[in-house]
Design a protein around this ligand. Structure first.
Ligand code: AMP
Length: 148
């Protein structure tokens, strides 16, 4: 059976002028792992026994980025499932999309990560080296573009 993990693609948005597009000023949060190849990823982690997927996504975001559920707005209608091999075992990762309510919210890392960045889509795709993660970020961005 595949290892299962869940997380949140977190973004923040500068309050923009009424004439600007909804996606102007959007930045995505990526964390750099302190393990392995030090890749960049949204907060996510393994599902604990008795937890549902969304609970895991919020718990891991709290543990890895210091963001509480009440600091976030979950964006309805977006969900992405990735499958990749990790440490020789198949892994499934489910992501939702969430906006940080306060642009200036502090990020507090755990020992699992050594750095974080808020990045515009293009730069986020450069740091998120895996193609499926790049596609995920682009799809999330298009989803936000399509919203009023
Ligand atoms: P993670 O799932 O981010 O904890 O990473 C576990 C292992 O899987 C590490 O060796 C990563 O380099 C690798 N990995 C992470 N994300 C991906 C992905 N999207 N596609 C393929 N491999 C990945």
């Amino acid at each position: 059976m595949a290892v299962r993990a869940c997380g949140l693609i977190i973004y923040r948005r500068l309050q923009s002028a009424p004439s600007s597009k909804v996606t102007d000023g959007i930045e995505y949060l990526l964390l750099q792992t302190s393990y392995g190849t030090h890749h960049w990823t949204p907060p996510k982690g393994h599902v604990d026994p008795g937890e549902d997927d969304l609970q895991t996504a919020f718990r891991e975001t709290q543990e890895e980025a210091g963001l509480q559920a009440n600091q976030l707005t979950l964006i309805e209608g977006y969900k992405k499932v990735l499958h990749y091999p990790a440490h020789g075992k198949p892994k499934t990762v489910v992501y939702w999309l969430a906006e940080v309510k306060d642009y200036n919210t502090e990020i507090k890392l755990s020992e699992e990560h050594q750095a974080f960045q808020w990045l515009k889509l293009e730069d986020a795709c450069k740091f998120a080296a895996y193609e499926d993660m790049q596609t995920t970020l682009k799809e999330a961005h298009e989803f936000l573009c399509s919203k009023k």
